[in-house]
Design a protein around this ligand. Structure first.
Ligand code: GRF
Length: 219
């Protein structure tokens, strides 16, 4: 059984999707803990209700960033994960942490990277006039929202979209995309070559929003 640790800061809907997929698809893995930098993250309530261990490393309780980074590093290391998943974790990880977990650290970002790294991705996509928006699962590197792309999901942008409406549709896709990518990683189906990631079985590494109720793409 491979050990998965999920880092969260808030709502935790992606963490929930991952926990549910782990169970439903009988992954050779177990989500052993959710780690949060916020003691009040709703994601922790879900974990507790599911009997999953929770660890809080409250960033406000440390004198500086280095002290927080060291505490987070120690907390995650103590959980002995095979795979670390960022799911709405809103702190920038230091390079030492990223290097330690290189190749075993994934993130989901709500844009079609490399477009729109950082915050407010949906507003920025609307302002830029994008006709497609989406989400990206990628290996984490020290650069923010950068790193080998495992999978991307796209949704059309509607003329009457607001950032909130677009975010909701992208989020529904995220809940399919992240488990898909994690399942591949756990089964050793990914090969990384520089910034390019190839699925060894040739699975399409993309998803599209279901059109008129019928799913498109491999998910
Ligand atoms: C998601 O949109 C994810 O892509 C981004 O942060 C948000 C987290 O949402 N990194 P949730 O906490 O998983 O509901």
């Amino acid at each position: 059984m491979q050990r998965i640790v999920i880092l969260v800061s808030g709502r935790g809907s992606n963490a929930r999707a991952l926990v549910q997929a782990c169970r439903r698809e009988a992954w050779p893995a177990q989500v052993v803990a959710l780690v949060s930098n916020r003691p009040d993250a709703p994601a922790l309530d879900f974990a507790r209700a599911e009997g999953i261990a929770t660890v809080v490393v409250d960033h406000r309780g440390f004198a500086d960033r280095a002290a927080f980074d060291a505490a987070l590093d120690a907390a995650v290391l103590a959980l002995a994960p095979d795979l670390v998943l960022l799911a709405g974790f809103m702190r920038i990880l230091d390079a030492g942490f990223v290097q330690r977990w290189q190749g075993r650290l994934l993130n989901i970002h709500p844009s079609l990277l490399p477009a729109f790294p950082g915050l407010h991705t949906h507003r920025r996509a609307l302002e830029a006039g994008c006709r497609l928006a989406g989400a990206t699962v990628h290996f984490v590197t020290p650069a923010l929202d950068h790193g080998p792309i495992v999978a991307q999901g796209a949704v059309p942008v509607h003329d009457d979209d607001t950032p909130e409406r677009l975010a909701g549709r992208v989020l529904a896709l995220e809940h399919r995309l992240y488990p898909l990518a994690v399942g591949w990683w756990l089964r050793g189906e990914l090969q990384v070559d520089g910034l390019r990631v190839r699925h060894l079985g040739g699975a399409p590494q993309w998803l599209l929003e279901p059109a008129q109720g019928s799913a498109m793409g491999p998910g």
